[in-house]
Design a protein around this ligand. Structure first.
Ligand code: HAM
Length: 410
């Protein structure tokens, strides 16, 4: 039997109300913070992501769906949106039209990771990017926006973790300190961390290896070596979050898996979904636009994993109850009336949701189906009433019935 590819998932009709509910809440929140939607292609030139996300990241190093198309161009299914949004901003000179661009998206993403609960190869993110200002108010706004959305969805078991990665110059000094600290411990590190020591040393804080964790426990922290400007920026973000009533934890070991961050980084982490617990991640990226397009446009943003959020909602038992509902179900008393039922349904469907039986079921079975579909009204067509242009209308809520004229139905 043919099956969906490992790590991909069908979203079945039974799941759709949950997706629609979530997307509706995302649209409302984005609207109240004045973010406008952007949609970009599913695939881009590979070099956009390798340059944007960083050659030494796991995403670029081993997770991208990259292939040569028929004209030998290397293309990649988008593993994230930030690079694509920046590409679109530059290509359409949005930064020249508006000083500040506040954009949001809901889109599938692709990463060839090892599938497990909450981790897929095709997954969906919603997210936002604000391009054109270094104001810490936007860092705080992003965190608040993500926080509000998770709260509106009914989630309570999650924490907001924030950190600052400062600016590259203070980070470079700090990386040297970290290198010094680790120099005589190299042999004790895991193979993966030995590699990262050379390519992306900050990621050693992300290691799941017990020994690595022990070693990193006493490592110097970037937070203790930030420059004045970065500390001030971070201080302002924290104050605004406090004033907005967003509870947060400063986690000086929070390093993110993408290379483009400067200043604030953050994650919203769930206590309800097992090891893949990051529901949302983001941060400031003041140098990315310049890196991709020679124009100086600071940015900040976040993205959240929809599948993970839905899993958290399921585990916290806050998925909304879904009751099917249609306006009319038409019950046909005699088989000969199929054509007439079709005509009545067609007319009613201009203003209402309407269903009827296509399979010659008994009257009893049709009534059962009307109940299953949550029909508000059942219209019974048949017999001598029909000859007189009449039908029986049953209101399901109270079981009352009355004879009505077919011509007057709306
Ligand atoms: P990210 O941390 O790579 O950040 O992904 C954001 C969220 O997407 C994660 O917290 C997680 O919920 C979800 N996610 C990531 N990978 C998977 C997967 N394989 N399966 C299911 N869910 C997944 C970014 O993508 C950045 N673009 C965020 C950003 C926007 N930073 C600034 N602006």
């Amino acid at each position: 039997m043919l099956k969906a590819i490992t790590g991909t998932k069908d979203i079945l009709p039974i799941d759709i109300p949950n997706w629609n509910n979530l997307e509706g809440i995302v649209h409302n929140a984005m609207n109240s913070f004045n973010y406008n939607e952007i949609r970009t292609p599913i695939f881009e030139e590979t070099r956009l992501f390798s340059r944007g996300i960083g050659e030494s990241t796991d995403i670029v190093g081993k997770e991208m769906y990259t292939f040569l198309d028929r004209s030998e161009t290397s293309v990649t299914l988008k593993p994230e949106m930030t690079a694509s949004v920046v590409r679109a901003l530059l290509e359409h000179s949005l930064d020249k039209q508006f000083q500040l661009n506040k954009l949001f998206y809901i889109s599938p993403m692709f990463r060839q990771e090892r599938p497990q609960a909450g981790r897929f190869r095709q997954f969906h993110q919603f997210g936002a990017e604000a391009l054109g200002s270094t104001s810490p108010a936007l860092d705080a706004e992003m965190i608040l926006l993500a926080y509000n959305i998770l709260k509106s969805l009914g989630l309570t078991n999650f924490v907001v973790k924030i950190n600052s990665l400062g600016i590259p110059s203070s980070r470079e000094n700090y990386k040297n300190l970290l290198k010094e600290y680790l120099a005589d411990k190299l042999n004790d590190l895991s193979e993966e961390s030995k590699k990262r020591y050379e390519t992306n040393i900050l990621r050693l804080f992300d290691s799941k290896d017990k020994n690595d964790i022990k070693i990193m426990e006493h490592a110097p922290l970037l937070m203790e070596h930030l420059d004045e400007e970065s500390l001030e920026h971070f201080q302002e973000v924290k104050q605004m979050l406090l004033s907005a009533g967003v509870p947060f934890e400063v986690d000086p070991k929070l390093v993110r898996g993408l290379d483009y961050y400067t200043h604030t980084t953050f994650e919203l982490v769930s206590g309800s979904v097992g090891s893949q617990s990051a529901l949302c991640g983001g941060g400031r990226y003041d140098l990315l636009v310049k890196q991709l397009g020679e124009r100086d446009v600071p940015g900040v943003g976040f993205a959240a994993g929809i599948e993970r959020i839905l899993l958290a909602m399921e585990n916290e038992k806050v998925l909304p109850e879904v009751n099917p509902k249609i306006d009319y179900y038409i019950v046909r008393l005699e088989k000969e009336l199929n054509k007439n039922v079709f005509e009545i349904a067609t007319k009613l469907r201009i203003e209402n949701s309407v269903e009827f039986d296509y399979t010659q079921r008994s009257v009893k079975a049709q009534m059962r189906e009307a109940n299953r579909l949550g029909a508000e009204k059942v219209l019974m067509i048949g017999g001598e009433e029909y000859e007189r242009g009449m039908a029986v209308l049953k209101i399901m809520a109270d079981g009352s019935q009355e004879e009505i004229e077919l011509a007057e139905l709306k």
